[in-house]
Ligand binder design. Structure first.
Ligand SMILES: [Zn+2]
Length: 388
């Protein structure tokens, strides 16, 4: 039975500002989707919090240690925006225990929308649902809308409906999630502004990104206090590359197969039924042969990769190695009636593959940035709530 991951590079722990507050997992471009929360909730339901805790790591930097902290801050990253948000979340938590979770989300998003508007971000809308499956938060750039599922704010069997019934960490995570998703709107505006600065037309920006036309037009007609500086434009280019550009294959996989991450997590659990994981293994096998292998060949042949692209290349090689290992043990196990050790091999490999996907995901420029901002907010809120 395999005990260890293959070759995924581990990050030093000090990269992570907040353990247990950032949520991981899987986002997507165009319809920007973040299976993070959905996956987490599903994991929590099947695996328990100790497994999830291992995954809940927010990145503090951009890909490959890109100096995101050195560029001029924008939008929700500003201390003023974060401070107002944390103060309001803490106030509601303390003063309004009977407030419904949807009213809580509504109040926080209203505040965030005001901050975004002040930063020149086209009005962000939201839809809040209180039940059903799906992640706690999603940002759709095609619809320019945050989608919230308050029933995913808690891992409790019967999801609570009022703030007072959530634990402090659940409140912190929910507030962090909403901020994270809103941050993606911020990011898209920076991407749009960078493309417009490259003399792309509105049509071209819409075609290249799939972002809602009205949003692109609105950015086009907004006058910003200052043009993007060189570091901000480099940040925009790195985000574009992995979200909408030539290296978006990984996010595309996760967007197209929204249950992949959680599916691998369930397959990794002790006693899991192997046939339940078949479609996810098939998805990975197909993606590896049709997309990942040629992508890795292209990256390996490129002479002038940026640091972020080199980092992506390394992480995708880890993903590739884990998929290969999974497929080997999968083929060796008789999936319908596997020997116990063969089934365990599959479970370990599935967990390793899931972890490699998660690490690659969290390292993408856009996610590292969103987790970083989320982490700042969550850490501040955590501290505030801990005070008597
Ligand atoms: Zn995200």
């Amino acid at each position: 039975m395999r005990q260890h991951r293959i070759d995924t590079p581990r990050e030093p722990d000090d990269r992570h500002l907040v353990r247990g507050a950032g949520r991981p997992v899987v986002a997507a471009p165009a319809g920007v989707w973040h299976p993070r929360a959905g996956s987490i909730t599903e994991l929590q339901r099947t695996a328990g919090n100790h497994v999830v805790g291992r995954l809940l790591l927010g990145g503090a930097q951009g890909a490959a240690g890109a100096p995101t902290v050195q560029r001029a801050p924008y939008g929700l990253e500003s201390p003023k925006s974060r401070g107002a948000y944390v103060a309001e979340a803490a106030r509601l938590r303390r003063a309004q225990p009977r407030m419904s979770l949807s009213a809580f989300a509504e109040a926080l998003l209203t505040l965030v929308a005001g901050e975004l508007k002040a930063a020149g971000v086209p009005p962000v809308r939201w839809t809040i649902k209180e039940s059903g499956s799906g992640p706690d938060g999603v940002f759709s750039s095609t619809d320019w809308r945050v989608l919230v599922n308050t029933s995913a704010f808690s891992a409790q069997k019967t999801p609570p409906k009022e703030i007072g019934l959530l634990t402090d960490p659940e409140v912190t995570a929910a507030a962090g999630t909403l901020y994270h998703e809103a941050r993606h709107a911020d990011q898209d505006v920076v991407i749009i502004r960078d493309l417009l600065a490259q003399k792309r037309t509105v049509d071209q920006v819409v075609a290249a990104t799939g972002i809602r036309r009205k949003t692109v037009q609105s950015v086009r007609s907004t006058t910003y206090a200052a043009p993007l500086d060189a570091d901000q434009r480099a940040h925009a280019a790195r985000m574009y590359d992995v979200m909408y550009g030539p290296n978006n294959q990984f996010l595309k996989l996760l967007m197209t197969h929204r249950k992949l991450f959680a599916g691998l997590g369930m397959l990794a659990e002790p006693g899991s039924r192997l046939p339940d994981g078949k479609r996810h293994v098939t998805t990975l096998a197909t993606w590896q042969s049709t997309t990942l292998t040629p992508t890795l060949a292209r990256l390996a042949a490129s002479k002038n990769l940026t640091a972020a692209q080199k980092d992506l290349h390394t992480r995708l090689r880890s993903v590739d190695a884990e998929i290969t290992a999974l497929l080997v043990v999968w083929k060796a196990a008789h999936v319908k009636k596997p020997a116990p050790t063969a089934a365990d091999d599959v479970r370990v490999a599935a967990g390793d593959t899931r972890d490699a996907l998660d690490e690659a995901y969290r390292s993408l420029e856009s996610e590292a940035d969103a987790f970083w901002v989320e982490g700042l907010v969550a850490a501040a809120l955590e501290q505030k709530l801990a005070k008597p």
